[in-house]
Design a protein around this ligand. Structure first.
Ligand code: ATR
Length: 280
């Protein structure tokens, strides 16, 4: 018998619905195994009305920690014992540590994006960044970039009020960043990009369900000094990234953000660095 899961093995989990396609179990179990950590990561499909019971289960099973994904990231905020200031301002939690029955919430999505930018050696301190989209991912990315030193953030979104909610949050909480919301308009986007360092797509355009779609439709909108990031990682090269490459921009897809948000959670749970070169 040769099975690393024994009576001593502790649980780390993912709570969400649906969860079948999550890459987190493979990522964390690969890392636990590589480091010889006696943990196992399991995904549990928990529907909306069962979140509270799911959290109680995590306490009862003495899980080391867990990830929270759709549809629970916002609702969980009110059910935890403590959350970090960033997670509170972002208004969502994707990672929780169980400290002797006390559940502490973190948001590692925005931090994962920032880490991926730093890894690509993109200096965004004191710079202007343009974000496309105003959903949960855009909110985490925009607020973390503001916390970490972007001087100006411009958010373009189809639904202007959702972009305004995020820019109001930034303007009311992070005095070092000026944030502006604008409705979708490619000509205005081109104008705003002229003095920007980074463009980030946080809309779902370009994903498999919306493949070949992009808010940027012409290379004329971009310039070669712009770093263009897409949080979509499947397909690895979205239409936006193809257009950007054609202009000569440096680009990054969403895979490094995905890995880093996991690696930051891994460190919170285990105190150890995830061996990210082994992942994917
Ligand atoms: P997530 O939580 O993963 O960020 P989301 O909340 O569904 O996902 O956000 C998706 C984003 O893509 C939103 O900004 C959405 O715009 P709206 O706020 O106007 O809904 C944007 N989006 C999705 N489909 C779009 C489309 N066809 N054109 C423009 N924007 C689109």
């Amino acid at each position: 018998m040769n099975n690393r899961i024994q009576g001593t093995t502790s649980l780390v989990a993912l709570l969400g619905y649906p969860i079948e396609h999550s890459k987190s179990p493979a990522m964390h179990n690969t890392a636990f195994e590589a480091l010889g950590l006696d943990y196992v990561y399991l995904a549990f499909g928990i529907k909306k009305d069962l979140l509270k019971q799911g959290l109680d289960a995590m306490r009862a099973l003495n899980a080391i920690g867990f990830n929270i994904t759709m549809p629970h990231k916002e609702e969980v905020v009110g059910l935890l014992d403590e959350i970090t200031e960033e997670a509170r301002i972002i208004g969502s939690v994707n990672s929780v540590k169980n400290k002797d029955g006390k559940l502490i919430g973190y948001n590692t999505d925005g931090k994962g994006f920032v880490k991926a930018l730093q890894e690509a050696e993109i200096d965004f301190q004191g710079k202007k960044i343009v974000i496309l989209g105003a959903g949960g991912a855009a909110r985490a990315v925009a607020i973390q970039l503001a916390y970490d030193g972007a001087s100006e953030i411009v958010i373009f979104n189809r639904t202007l009020s959702k972009a305004q909610e995020i820019t109001n949050t930034i303007n009311n909480n992070i005095s070092t960043t000026k944030a502006i919301a604008i409705g979708l308009d490619e000509q205005m986007l081109k104008e705003e990009l002229k003095d920007s360092a980074v463009l980030v797509n946080c809309t779902s355009l370009g994903m498999k369900s919306n493949i070949d779609q992009s808010i940027v439709t012409t290379s004329d909108t971009l310039h070669e000094d712009l770093f263009v990031a897409d949080i979509v990682y499947d397909p690895p090269k979205t239409r936006l990234l193809s257009i950007a490459e054609g202009v000569g921009c440096k680009t990054m897809n969403g895979l490094r953000m995905l890995i880093w948000q996991g690696a930051i959670a891994f460190k919170i749970w285990t105190g150890k660095d995830m061996p990210i070169d082994l992942i994917f």
